[in-house]
Ligand binder design. Structure first.
Ligand SMILES: *[C@@H]1O[C@H](CO)[C@@H](O)[C@H](O)[C@H]1NC(C)=O
Ligand SMILES: *[C@@H]1O[C@H](CO)[C@@H](O)[C@H](O)[C@H]1NC(C)=O
Ligand SMILES: *[C@@H]1O[C@H](CO)[C@@H](O)[C@H](O)[C@H]1NC(C)=O
Ligand SMILES: [Zn+2]
Length: 481
């Protein structure tokens, strides 16, 4: 039974049927998910986020995994979030269709879908803003703005903590603290809405690696940063440290979509009379940096990247915000390969486990230097290990030096080559030695570089001496007490 706060009557449909392409209302949405679960009980789980919308509608998620409900080491997690702006409805229906499709194909032994589900944990949140959807649907789905916000008139994609401001400030001061910046937030610009809070808790509690947020009103894959460094609401390219990787992620969606990347299509806002073709994104491969289009603060995309290990892009799925019901099946065909190709991208780059003699090390820091070109370039965005000591580092093809670091241990670096066309990340594990046993273990000297072969462990000389000096100082301090 569903009792929503903002409407008098809510009918819960209890009968399920074959999936049809139509606009599913807030009562039908969980019925579709439960129906998928009934047909694929071993590989799905339906759950709701920790709090509902303003009007009390639960925010439902369906998860696909061969071990639903559990994170497994070496198995990266990916999510799609639809209907963030309530009147942008295509993502919501595409995700219901995708859930249905994954289950069907799994059951009919589609090898590609089986391989995907056995190697990946996938979460689909079809609607982050069911109240906005309701209002926009009740008013005919025609307005560019009605139903965009939640029921408190707040734009949810402006309601996330502005961590861009923090990272830009650190950049200006030359401070290399570049990840998990929510800890550094001192105040919120505006109170968090229930939908934002629920999604933030979700983002912070599941170790997502990759994500896409779905919108409508244009046709483009948009990547971080969304906020300009100057702070002004201008169009100014605002590159993140992972600009190359983000461009490749966005291009993956655009290139696999029917015509997002087509240079010959019309722009969504092109008028025939004049050449106002500035935002015909087809002419730039169907992708754009967020701030190069227009700068915004408080978006979900940059929050994912700056608060967690997740890389999120924003998909504008079409010129229409409220897609006509009769176009939904066609839009599914136009997006299906892109939706699947993007999910596979969670397997690019490297992954591994950081351990010491006694087990996994959580919150170890994985930093990367790009050594593909003549000049080594540090990628100033570290990722951290999760509960099983596991990390996932999305990277484009090339050569990298990867360092695992944890306080009280010697950092260990390895060189790795990321190949093209990966369907599984290159595995690179690290075993760390505590600094305190350094003097007892002369064999540590044997870890000096023997060249830069793949996976060859080596310890930085400079940091080695720093660590020794530090451990000597620490010993003196403790001896004094
Ligand atoms: C679920 O797994 C069980 C045990 O492995 C198996 O017997 C059953 O057929 C599976 N069900 C489906 C729908 O795949
Ligand atoms: C909130 O919901 C009520 C009931 O559905 C609706 O009448 C009202 O317009 C909504 N307000 C906003 C700002 O969406
Ligand atoms: C590393 O550098 C190469 C060459 O400049 C580039 O093609 C590649 O995209 C870079 N990788 C990342 C993740 O920045
Ligand atoms: Zn939007």
């Amino acid at each position: 039974m569903a009792y929503y706060l903002c409407v008098g009557l809510a009918f819960l449909l209890t009968t399920s049927a074959e999936f049809v392409w139509k606009h599913h209302n807030n009562e039908q949405l969980p019925v579709v998910l439960e129906d998928v679960h009934r047909r694929c009980p071993n590989i799905t789980r339906v759950y709701a986020l920790t709090e509902p919308s303003v009007c009390g509608v639960p925010l439902y998620v369906i998860e696909f995994s061969d071990n639903p409900g559990f994170h497994q080491p070496y198995k990266p997690e990916v999510k799609y979030v639809g209907n963030i702006h309530g009147n942008e409805v295509l993502g919501r229906e595409l995700l219901l269709g995708l859930a249905h499709y994954l289950c069907d194909q799994y059951n009919s032994r589609d090898r590609r879908i089986r391989a995907l589900i056995h190697s990946t944990r996938i979460h689909l949140l079809p609607s982050m803003n069911p109240d906005g959807w309701q209002l926009s649907t009740d008013t005919g789905g025609v307005d560019y703005l009605i139903g965009r916000t939640n029921n408190h008139s707040v734009d949810l994609n402006r309601n996330f903590p502005d961590l861009d401001a923090i990272t830009f400030e650190y950049e200006r001061q030359g401070i290399n603290h570049n990840n998990h910046l929510l800890k550094d937030l001192t105040r919120l610009a505006a109170p968090l809405e229930p939908e934002t809070r629920a999604v933030m808790r979700w983002i912070m509690s599941v170790p997502f690696v990759l994500s896409a947020a779905m919108h409508g009103g244009d046709l483009v894959a948009n990547y971080p940063y969304d906020e300009s460094r100057s702070g002004a609401p201008v169009s100014e390219y605002s590159a993140s440290p992972d600009d190359d990787t983000f461009r490749e992620l966005a291009s993956t969606y655009a290139d696999a979509h029917a015509d997002m990347a087509s240079a010959t299509r019309r722009g969504c806002h092109t008028t025939s009379s004049e050449d106002s073709d500035t935002y015909n994104f087809g002419k730039q491969g169907g992708v754009t940096n967020g701030a190069a289009w227009y700068s915004l603060k408080g978006g979900m995309q940059d929050f994912n990247y700056l608060a967690t290990n997740a890389f999120e892009i924003t998909l504008e799925l079409g010129c229409d915000k409220y897609t006509k019901e009769s176009d939904l099946a066609k839009e599914w065909e136009r997006n299906r390969e892109a939706l699947l190709a993007y999910l596979w991208k969670v397997h690019v780059g490297i992954k591994g486990i950081v351990t010491d003699d006694s087990g996994f090390i959580q919150n170890a820091i994985i930093s990367v230097v790009n050594i593909t070109g003549p000049v080594p370039r540090p990628i100033r965005h570290d990722v951290t290990t999760g509960a099983y000591g596991d990390y996932y580092r999305l990277l484009t093809p090339g050569h990298y030096e990867v360092t695992a670091n944890y306080p009280g241990y010697f950092p260990v670096s390895r060189v790795v080559t990321v190949p093209r066309h990966q369907t599984v990340a290159h595995i690179l594990n690290f075993k760390l030695e505590p600094t305190t046993s350094w003097f007892d273990d002369e064999s540590t000297f044997g870890l000096y570089p023997h060249g830069l072969r793949d996976g060859q462990p080596r310890i930085y000389k400079r940091s080695l001496y720093e660590q020794v000096a530090n451990s000597l100082l620490e010993r003196k301090d403790t001896a004094k007490q």
